[in-house]
Design a protein around this ligand. Structure first.
Ligand code: UDP
Length: 329
């Protein structure tokens, strides 16, 4: 049994990792400011520290109480569009909080740091092909840059303090817990799959399809949707290569799905028509954002379990159908 700290453990991806670690008998402590996270998403019996990562004294107190084998850092601002309107806040909060955490971790002798990084680090190839495993970061938005700054700072901390880090560059996290205990509940919700489902259930206006003139097979943008349970499992899998040194991995499925294909999938899964309206492209959105996780699979033996798009969409459908008000409802 190990002891792990999970920041943002009451949020979407973090809560799925907490459930996995807890289920395996590990001791888990969650730090979450509960601005986006939900107390209900953290299983009872797990210590939930409702603190902001800007609060260094609160972090020091957590590290003084526990000896962590590793920490998983999810808590961050993560919306591309918002980051273009408030770049300074994104850099200050994301970088500042991560630095506070890293300093507290070094002081508390927790020298394994798994970072939620992002596909937004990359400037995708113009020809719409997948991002290569060795592609160099070239962020096109402030959110992506805030994560790159963290990765860079952590590599200096590795040199100076032996703080080993794994940067997991996620593509589009989607779906939810197969048991139906956890789901995706953001406020405001901006993500395609929950918005498509809510439009289908009549809980929101028709889905706005942002851009129907992209150079793709049906004119809508292509993303790489990876199941959140597969992402959670990847966090455990990366601990092994992390023992050999700091590392960075892309976590996609290598499968590109258009917005229209998501709409078609929700229609198949629900058996209902999906109301949609065409809308202009969203600022900062690339046409295609896809990458394989081949190198990660080779290094860790991890394989994604959720291969079928409809199966992934079905998990999200069931949760939202049962939780009309999200966790609060
Ligand atoms: N999208 C859309 N309508 C919406 C929300 C999203 O057409 O109401 C599109 C968006 O432009 C992108 C894809 O769906 O091409 C995935 O967007 P999401 O916000 O879910 O994730 P992102 O790729 O921005 O991380």
């Amino acid at each position: 049994m190990s002891t792990y700290l999970v920041t943002g453990g009451a949020g979407f991806i973090g809560s799925h990792l907490v459930k996995l670690l807890h289920g395996q008998g590990h001791h888990v402590v969650v730090v979450d400011n509960l601005r986006q996270g939900h107390r209900e998403a953290v299983p009872s019996g797990i210590e939930l520290v409702a603190a902001d990562l800007a609060d260094r004294a609160a972090l020091d107190a957590v590290f003084a109480r526990h000896k962590f084998d590793a920490l998983f850092h999810f808590a961050a601002l993560s919306l591309v569009g918002e980051s273009m309107r408030e770049p300074l806040r994104y850099c200050r909060e994301n970088l500042g909080n991560a630095m506070n955490l890293a300093e507290a971790a070094v002081a508390g002798n927790c020298l394994r740091f798994v970072l939620s990084s992002t596909a937004a680090l990359f400037n995708p190839p113009q020809d719409g092909s997948a991002i290569a495993a060795d592609a160099l970061p070239d962020p096109q938005n402030a959110y992506g840059d805030s994560k790159l700054l963290i990765e860079r700072a952590l590599s200096w901390a590795d040199q100076a303090h032996g703080l080993r880090f794994a940067a997991l560059r996620y593509f589009n996290a989607a779906g939810c817990d197969a048991d139906g205990a956890l789901g995706e509940d953001h406020d405001p919700e901006t993500h395609l799959i929950p918005l498509t489902i809510d439009a289908t259930l009549g809980r929101r206006p028709p889905l706005s399809v942002f851009g129907t003139d992209y150079p793709t097979r049906d004119g809508t943008a292509i993303r790489d949707y990876i199941h959140v349970d597969d992402l959670a499992a990847a966090h455990l899998a990366v601990l092994e290569p992390l023992e050999r040194g700091s590392c960075r991995y892309n976590l996609g499925t290598g499968r590109g799905t258009t917005v229209q294909e998501i709409i078609d999938s929700v229609q198949r899964v629900s058996g209902r028509p999906v109301p949609v309206v065409a809308a202009p492209r969203r600022a900062g959105d690339p046409a295609v954002l896809v990458a394989s996780s081949e190198r990660f699979q080779k290094d860790t033996g991890w394989t994604p379990r959720w291969g079928e798009l409809d199966d992934l969409v079905a998990t999200a459908w069931h949760w939202r159908e049962k939780h009309p008000g999200g966790y609060a409802g």
